[in-house]
Design a protein around this ligand. Sequence first.
Ligand code: GUN
Length: 294
Amino acid sequence: MTAKIIDGKQVAAEIRAELKTQVQQLRDRGIIPGLGVILVGDDPASKSYVTAKEKACEEIGLFSDDNRLPAATSQAELMARVRGMNADPKIHGILVQLPLPKHLNETEVLLAIDPDKDVDGFHPMNIGRMVLGQKAFLPCTPHGVVQLLVRSGVKLKGAHVVIVGRSNIVGKPLASMLMQKNETANATVTLCHTGTKDIGYFTRQADVIVAATGRPNTITADMVMEGAVVIDVGVNRINDPSKKNGFRLVGDVDYKAVKEKAGLITPVPGGVGPMTITMLLFNTVESAGRTAHD
Ligand code: GUN
């Protein structure tokens, strides 16, 4: 079997078009959804993510408040910025790009963000609400994975989903989302990680495999059931002298071989990647909409 490709760019464009309409409706009522962005330092990957996030805001009519701070910024200055955004009615969502420089206390900063403006879904309050099945801002990458699956027509109810990787940003929240008793989940979830003895034993039983380990070739063809759905969250830079920038991006899945066995598969790039920013926009519009109902 050769897998059908899940086109993340297309699904992301579909959701962004829906959001653009919602933003216009909010603007018509005098509400301009605003995202406060804080980037500390000049890590090239973080800079390019933040630039892409701001561009995406502009494209659908959101206002973004861009704060690029020097690497030497103090904890007190950063906390003051966050508190300023908490108090600012023009800002409906706050994004502090991670990782922060080593001298800064990330936990303290994330705790300081008003949970009702925490559009990254990283605040313990939102994580707690999510686990309990209450209304919460859902973390963007796992929420994007769920949307990709649902909008590709994958039936999750009763499906066995095997997630490989237990990060706080992807694996753990995705497991929590997919086990919820609701319309877009209700799956049986297995979470594999570096302590799992034989990952293939579990993935071979999976209707849906989600790879989120940050390691190329974690999922090889022998680990996949014929016709399974394979979602690749990995973004790994591999040296490639034939490329102008000297590298190319690969996921965590041996794409070429697994594509011949899976029923549906996401490519890297162009699969999960475009969904992450889209769900950040989704959360920000949602947050602005909540203020409209207050
Ligand atoms: N760094 C890598 N991914 C993310 C993300 O989703 N949000 C933030 N704030 N920082 C990140």
